[in-house]
Design a protein around this ligand. Structure first.
Ligand code: HEM
Ligand code: HEM
Length: 254
């Protein structure tokens, strides 16, 4: 096995482990964090079904951002939706060629390919906002810029591979299959294609996976645990007692 194949295989394992273990840990923490008060942002849904609709609107349409600022919504939504299409297109690098490929993976390809441009447009808009809008610049920390720049770098290097300097996709798939099966299948370990732009793309992607659980990118799982978004407005019908307060109540003598 060449040095680069070994290096990227280890980098891949480390990044995947950190991403899954620490993001999982944060999610467990979110599940366990008490929400002692009823604080749904008004107007709030009156039923559990209403909460589901609210969360779907929030995650799919960025509804509350839309109501607060149309420009940020436009760039933010375009970036996230493009990222979603790009990631769906990426499934083809991880699927096993010997099994039938899910029907939607070929269908999504052209959309995912051109979504890289809209992803760059969305990210550039968000970066320009941080640099030129005085009140956003004032509250921006280095990590706010870092995430946007890292994502721009990933999108740009990806675009270069798709449209300018192609990399050997079949060989890349073989490398990934070798890595995710720990080289235990009959084909064993396969070398990573010798493509500097692919090395840059992968390095940036693995860095993003490593910073994910320690950064504001946790908003992706976090949105589902936000009490202002996931609570039912039924405080008048049902007394709200947080689970830890209920336990205290039970142990208290009358
Ligand atoms: C459930 C999925 C997600 C939802 C609902 C979501 C929603 C949002 C919203 C509403 C904003 C605020 C925009 C603003 O006011 O500035 C935002 C910002 C951001 N999101 Fe997400 N997001 C999701 C997943 C992700 C993922 C997977 C990534 C990247 C790996 C990502 C990267 C970012 C970045 C970098 C920003 C900051 C943009 C800036 O203000 O500079 N998001 N997201
Ligand atoms: C281990 C994970 C990843 C691998 C192996 C990978 C590999 C690749 C390859 C080989 C291409 C060129 C496609 C072609 O020539 O047709 C590409 C393109 C691209 N990648 Fe990745 N990538 C990974 C993760 C990501 C992530 C997490 C993002 C976004 C945050 C991303 C964003 C892009 C973009 C925007 C393009 C250009 C559009 C496209 O062809 O889909 N990649 N990637």
């Amino acid at each position: 096995m060449s040095f680069l194949t070994g290096f990227f295989a280890v980098f891949f394992y480390v990044a995947t482990f950190i991403f899954i273990a620490f993001t999982g840990y944060k999610i467990v923490q979110y599940v366990r964090t008490p929400a002692p008060l009823k604080i749904p942002a008004m107007p709030a849904p009156l039923t559990q079904g209403g909460v589901v609709v609210r969360l779907i609107k929030e995650v799919v349409l960025f509804y509350s951002l839309f109501r607060s600022n149309k420009w940020i919504w436009l760039f933010g939504w375009v970036f996230h939706f493009s990222l979603f299409l790009v990631l769906l297109r990426h499934f083809r690098y991880f699927l096993d060629l010997s099994n039938p490929i899910w029907f939607w993976v070929p269908l999504i390809q052209p959309f995912g390919k051109y979504a890289s441009f809209t992803m760059i447009i969305g990210l550039t808009g968000l970066l320009i906002r941080r640099i030129y809008v005085e009140r956003h610049k004032y509250i921006s920390s280095p990590s706010d810029y870092l995430h946007l720049i890292l994502l721009l770098f990933i999108a740009f290097s990806g675009c270069m591979m798709t449209f300018v300097v192609h990399t050997d996709i079949v060989q890349l798939k073989a490398f990934i299959q070798g890595a995710i099966t720990f080289g235990l299948t009959s084909t064993g370990w396969q070398p990573i294609p010798a493509s500097p732009i692919l090395f840059l793309h992968l390095t940036a992607v693995f860095l993003l996976m490593i910073v994910f659980p320690f950064s504001k990118l946790l908003h992706a799982p976090g949105v589902f645990f936000s009490p202002t978004r996931n609570q039912v407005d039924n405080a008048r019908e049902k007394r709200h007692i947080a689970p830890w307060a209920a336990k205290l109540d039970a142990t208290r003598q009358p």
